[in-house]
Design a protein around this ligand. Sequence first.
Ligand SMILES: CC(C)(COP(=O)(O)OP(=O)(O)OC[C@H]1O[C@@H](n2cnc3c(N)ncnc32)[C@H](O)[C@@H]1OP(=O)(O)O)[C@@H](O)C(=O)NCCC(=O)NCCS
Length: 245
Amino acid sequence: MIGSGTFARVARELRDDLTAAQERDPAAHSVGRVEMLLSYGGVQAILSHRICHALHQAGVPLVPRVLSNIARVATGIEIHPAATIGRGLFIDHGSGVVIGETAEVGDHVTMYQGVTLGGTGFARGKRHPTIGDEVMIGAGSKLLGPIEVGAKSKIGANSVVIHDVPPNSTVVGNPGHPVRVEGKKPSGPDADWIHLPDPVADAIRGLANRLTEVEELLAEQTGRKPQGAEVKPLSARRGPDSAGG
Ligand SMILES: CC(C)(COP(=O)(O)OP(=O)(O)OC[C@H]1O[C@@H](n2cnc3c(N)ncnc32)[C@H](O)[C@@H]1OP(=O)(O)O)[C@@H](O)C(=O)NCCC(=O)NCCS
């Protein structure tokens, strides 16, 4: 049912969204709320979604989808009416943003143009990302599947993220990998993109050691000097970034 409570909630959400835009758009020095409402595509798309979502929750057929499509045509931002969006979302520039049906976005999230919160296939059920509070998602980033992005994390521009992201982390690249966790460079085997295990070199080294042993035995019996079989350590080839390349 849509009652005065629903209108009050949408009005409250709109106030929060406008505050978010004023606080987080460095270009909004002296832009008033009315001007924002009239000229910020991101703000318009979120307002439209707040209304569509309320109608969708009230079980109104067709209208939410039609309204959301009108908002998409007008702003270039597509938010499914069923998507759950927290308070104070700011979508800067906006064009090309897609937020899927089962996506959940926490409070005070910021995202830029070209962001996709999408699914990975034709699976039904929960198939879109869950974004924690105060997350920043850089321009052009694709977050795919029912992954979770921890609170206060940052997703670098143009990343493709297909795994969970811990809170307070920075993830960049394709596939997205953490370059900062709690402000520090992550350590441990999963984060070491240079010193990868090399099973082929390990097998050759094992054979070489056994050959040396056989040569030493032979040398003892024949008096011939063993040659020794040395396997040079493999050196990693460095690309332009820490992910190799
Ligand atoms: C990722 C980002 C948030 C910076 O986060 P941060 O925690 O301050 O991280 P840093 O700047 O210290 O960078 C960490 C590492 O990631 C690399 N990096 C940063 N952004 C990157 C990106 N988008 N793609 C690939 N690598 C990136 C840095 O070179 C650095 O590498 P290093 O550890 O080898 O030195 C920022 O670079 C970014 O992409 N912001 C999005 C902004 C945006 O979309 N603006 C659109 C405005 S219209």
